[in-house]
Design a protein around this ligand. Structure first.
Ligand SMILES: [Zn+2]
Length: 404
């Protein structure tokens, strides 16, 4: 029997250390490939993004350079490629979003009361229709935005927008395609009620025009305007990763709603410094798109195919989901957010309950309780149960920011 000898260094050269995370690297490459496909498909459909990027650059970056809020912030910052991808993929994400928005609007039956009040609306003069329509639309967006923060299921989607840790000329484009689907029923109501379509166009234009600068790295405080129209400072506080600022400044055009519903936060002696959220989120566009579905049944991606095979069952399930959502809205709606109300019991000590929407979809989460982060999200629990993924950035659920 031959004696075992030490391998000769010449025949077995020292290998470089093996990357312990090849699976993560492969996954990252795969998701980057899917993101590139989404962007390519989007550009094949509509090249507007190719013009939008230089337009945004020329419109906003000179102001960021001249009046920077965070002078140390570089133009080439982490995740810039991801956010540019969002700009280029706008047509694709809008299309994907409409796939959910339209059925939600129809199944919600909000068009029924809309049709009921239509005779009243059409009797109004046009100016009154426009003013009322504008106020109603802005108020609806306030509540849709607020519920997106305070209702666990909706926060899953809205968290993507808040995951950016850098506010600048492109960061505002980071949005999950399904974020905002909650707005479909009230919009369907307004349209069925006969409010002129043009006003939604005007509001959308105003929001885009103001929105361009809301996320920009500009130091404008515009103090005289604070209570009249939203400013970069107002929206920067909304994005601030600061316990005192959580659940505040939801308005997207008129801060009057925040003042009226007591969610207005504009301290005179401080400025927002740090942005983002504490919950972990996989990087990249595809990681963001999948984020809301983490912890939900593993075959969720089959759901659209099942909906095609059993459309009636899918409509009934969607109706059930919307009913659950309405219950959640009744539970949290109209109440001052606990984060802003020092006298209120901290939300994470309130009787916990399973998010009913997630309960219907979850696998192995029976009896799980809702742990709350910014928006009452139970994603912490979901992620805690999810298999560990080295590609996931951020800190563990134990670092969730306390609220209240
Ligand atoms: Zn928000």
């Amino acid at each position: 029997m031959a004696l075992a000898t030490a391998p000769s260094p010449a025949r077995h050269p020292i290998r470089p250390p093996v990357d312990p995370r090849p699976a993560a690297r492969r996954r990252r490459r795969r998701t980057a490939g899917v993101a590139a496909l989404i962007v390519a498909a989007s550009l094949a459909y509509d090249r507007a993004g190719l013009f939008l990027v230089p337009l945004l650059f020329v419109l906003i970056v000179p102001f960021e350079k001249r009046f920077p809020r965070h002078p140390e912030q570089k133009l080439r910052r982490p995740q810039l490629g991801t956010d540019l991808g969002y700009v280029l993929a706008q047509p694709a994400t809008t299309f994907i979003g409409a796939l959910v928005l339209v059925p939600v609007g129809l199944v919600s039956l909000a068009w029924l009361p809309g049709l009921a009040v239509r005779p009243l609306v059409v009797m109004m003069p046009l100016w009154l229709q426009v003013v009322l329509g504008f106020l109603a639309f802005d108020l609806i967006i306030y509540w849709a935005h607020r519920w997106s923060h305070e209702i666990p299921f909706l926060w899953r989607f809205h968290a993507v927008h808040h995951s950016t840790e850098t506010l600048d000329w492109v960061s505002g484009f980071r949005n999950h395609p399904f974020d905002g689907a909650i707005i479909a029923p009230p919009v369907v109501f307004l349209l069925a009620a006969g409010f002129p379509l043009e006003f939604t166009g005007i509001v959308a234009f105003l929001q885009i025009a103001t929105g361009l600068f809301l996320h920009a790295n500009v130091r404008w405080r515009l103090r005289p305007l604070h209570r009249i129209v939203i400013t970069p400072e107002f929206h920067h506080w909304h994005h601030a990763n600061d316990p005192e600022a959580i659940n505040s400044n939801y308005s997207v055009f008129l801060p009057a709603w925040d003042l009226f519903f007591r969610t207005y936060f504009m301290p005179a002696d401080r400025r927002p410094e740090v942005y983002g959220i504490d919950e972990p989120m996989a990087p990249g566009m595809v990681g963001h798109f999948l984020h809301p579905f983490r912890g939900i049944r593993s075959d969720w991606w089959r759901l659209p195919f099942r909906a095609i095979r059993h459309p009636w069952r899918a409509i009934r399930a969607l109706g059930r989901g919307l009913r659950h959502l309405a219950e959640e809205i009744r539970r949290v709606g109209w109440r001052r957010p606990a984060a802003m109300d020092r006298s209120a019991e901290p939300v994470d000590r309130q009787p916990t309950r399973v998010d009913p929407l997630v309960e219907g979809l979850a696998e192995g989460h029976r009896g799980a309780t809702t742990s709350r982060t910014r928006g009452g999200l139970d994603a912490g629990a979901a992620l805690a149960d999810a298999p560990h993924e080295p590609g996931v950035v951020g800190v563990g659920p134990e670092h969730h920011r306390p609220v209240g």
